[in-house]
Design a protein around this ligand. Structure first.
Ligand SMILES: O=C(O)C(=O)[C@H]1CC[C@@H](C(=O)O)C1
Ligand SMILES: [Zn+2]
Length: 327
């Protein structure tokens, strides 16, 4: 049964089921007065009619094969539907770490081959748009509605645009829950993706990996089989949900957890994101925002690890600080 507004075609029953409740995310016109209010308050919103990446709505596989350029692109290979991100530079911190996916470098033509004959594996092209793309793609990129995003960047005092990640995924691919330290306009171009979001206030329910782990910022909880003995507060998690289709732009606020999945029977999905550094506050105001508290927790964790040189000493030391004194 097709569902959603207008000519949106997807079957809502075809997304994976999880154990927590979700509430919808507002979908508002870019000129609706509440849209800017939500962004100013760092709350997620699907913004319609931005025409942000309309020139990229034609970026199907054939077009990308023709214009993405003959360079090598970053493609992840996974034995499961999950593509849990990891920072390769941090693997040295954790010799026992086993990467859940393989990072491959291949041309788009080779990637197309993998899509046609994936075998038991799944593939996810995740490549920052850079100067190796073909001329036509540069023209499409220049044709993005930069007036709109530049105005938003100015209005909300965000830092510079750091990158635009091009995402080409197989139906059913999942990016597990994590948070980023950047503001994000996520533009859906082809196919349908469901995004589950959780506010930074739920940091204590989502159990991110320790900061020295390659999986820093990623939730330890396997949403398909949550280990409630290890992660009891996952029971309290309450999500926000939206299904994005071509032309939708989702504002993913910095520090908001998000879990992204391509509809299992969608066509190959294509998205492009716009990551911005967060703004700098000229004066600290109290009470601190939850985002500031997450940033403070990260800094404390980094400093303590730096000082102790041994992750095993973190828990006993922090317990001695807290137990019977602050709790
Ligand atoms: O844009 C972000 O912040 C992300 O996490 C992207 C990385 C994988 C993407 C996906 O659509 O699966 C989402
Ligand atoms: Zn992200």
């Amino acid at each position: 049964m097709a569902s959603g507004s207008g000519d949106r075609k997807y079957d809502p029953n075809k997304f994976r089921k999880y154990t927590f409740d979700t509430e919808p995310i507002p979908r508002l016109h870019c000129y609706h007065p509440d849209t800017d209010r939500l962004i100013a308050n760092e709350r997620p919103v699907v913004i319609t009619d931005t025409h942000l990446a309309d020139t990229a709505l034609k970026w199907d596989l054939e077009y990308l094969a023709k214009h993405l350029g003959s360079g090598q692109h970053t493609v992840y290979r996974s034995k499961t539907h999950k593509f849990k991100y990891y920072d390769e530079k941090k693997i040295k911190n954790l010799p026992s770490f086993t990467p859940p996916t393989q990072v491959l470098r291949m041309t788009f033509a080779e990637f197309l081959d993998k899509l046609r004959n994936p075998g038991k594996d799944r593939y996810y092209l995740q490549q920052a748009l850079n100067d190796t793309v073909g001329k036509q793609l540069v023209l499409d990129y220049l044709g993005f509605n930069w007036d709109y995003v530049n105005e938003q960047q100015r209005k909300f005092k965000w830092g510079p645009l750091t990158s635009n990640l091009l995402l080409v995924g197989m139906p059913g691919n999942v990016t597990p829950a994590h948070y980023d330290e950047q503001q994000n306009f996520f533009a859906q171009l082809r196919g349908y993706k469901r995004v589950l979001l959780f506010p930074p206030e739920q940091f204590g329910c989502l159990y991110s990996h320790p900061i020295h782990s390659p999986h820093d910022r990623q939730s330890q909880v396997d949403f398909d089989a949550p280990d409630l003995a290890r992660f009891p507060r996952f029971r309290e998690v309450r999500g926000h949900k939206v299904v994005l289709g071509p032309g939708d732009v989702l504002y993913i606020p910095m520090y908001w957890w998000h879990h992204v999945e391509s509809l299992v029977d969608s066509e190959v999905t294509v998205s492009v994101n716009f990551w911005y550094k967060g703004g700098t506050v000229d004066k600290i105001e109290y009470p601190l925002s939850i985002q500031q508290k997450v940033a403070i927790m990260r800094n404390i964790e980094k400093m303590l690890l730096e000082a102790l040189h041994d992750p095993d000493q973190m828990a006993p030391l922090l317990c001695d600080i807290v137990k019977g004194r602050y709790d």
